[in-house]
Design a protein around this ligand. Sequence first.
Ligand SMILES: [Mn+2]
Length: 307
Amino acid sequence: MSLDVESIINESLAVQSRDFLKIVEAAIAMLRDEGGRFRRLTVLERLVTLDPLGEALVIGDLHGDIESLRLILERSGFMEKMAKDAFVVFLGDYGDRGAYSAEVYYTVLRLKLAFPEQVVLLRGNHEGPADLLASPHDLPMQFQLRFKEKWRDVYSKVRELFGYLYNAVLVEDCCLMVHGGLPACISSIHDLALAHKLHGEQPFLEDLLWSDPSDEIKGALYSPRGAGKLFGKDVTDKILALLGVKVLIRGHEPCHEGFRLNHNGKVLTLFSRKGAPYFNAHGAYLQLPLSEKIESAQQLVPWIQKF
Ligand SMILES: [Mn+2]
C-alpha cells in the first residue's frame, strides 16, 4: 500500500466493493478500540483531546468533492505534516451532495488507518444516527451506481461506521471543534464525550451535529433545518467558558469565502468543498498552530488557506 496522496486518491477512484468493505471494517475495528492515551492524543468515549503542540490541519465539509480533498492534501503538504507529527481533523460531512462520496470516504479512512494517532474523523449530520440523518441522503444511490449488486453490504457497513466517528475535539485553553454547534445545556466535557449514548434522552448529539450560530438571537431557538438549534453569542460565551476554551471551530454551513466568523470572533466556520449545489466562491482549510495563545478566531485568519 502506497502512502502518497496521489496513489491513495487513484486507489479511491478504482476501488471495488471488496476492498472498500475491508477498509471500512478495518476503520471500525480501529475506532472501536480507541480509548485512553496514545502519543499526543487522548480519547474519552467519543471525545478527543489534542496536546497543544505543533499543528492541526482542519478540514471542513467535503460532501463528495474528491478534487477539493486532493487539492487540500497536496497544497497543505499533508504527507510532510504527518512526518512532523501534525494532526489532521476532519469536521465531518464526507458524503452526499457531490458525486464522489465513496471516494472521499475511502480516502479519509485510508488516512486514518495510515496515521491512527494523528487523524481525527468527526461525525457530521450526514453521518447521523438513524432517526436524525440528513436528507436528501444520496449515499445509497451513489453506492448503487458505484458498487452495483454489492451496494447494500457497503452501505450498511458505512452506516455502522457512523456510530464510531467522534463527537468533538478539544484543545485545552484553545478551542473546541465540532461539526455543527454547541448544546446550550451541557454541564461538563462528559456530556460531549457521551453525547451519542445520551441521544434520545438529551439533545447533545443533535446539537453538536446540526446547530448553527446566529448573531441575531439570544439563547437557543429551534432551527429552520428541522433539527438542532440556532444559538446566540451568550450560549457560545457560556459553553466555551465552561469548557475552558476560547474559540469554536465548526463546519456545516456553506460560506461564500470558504470561512466565516460569528459571535464577535468566537466562532469560525470552515467549508472545504466547491461546486454544486452550493456555488461558494472559495473553499477553505485551516492550519491551526496548537501552541499559539488564541483569544479570538480573528487571530486564526492568517492561518486560513482559501482555494
Ligand atoms: Mn452538515
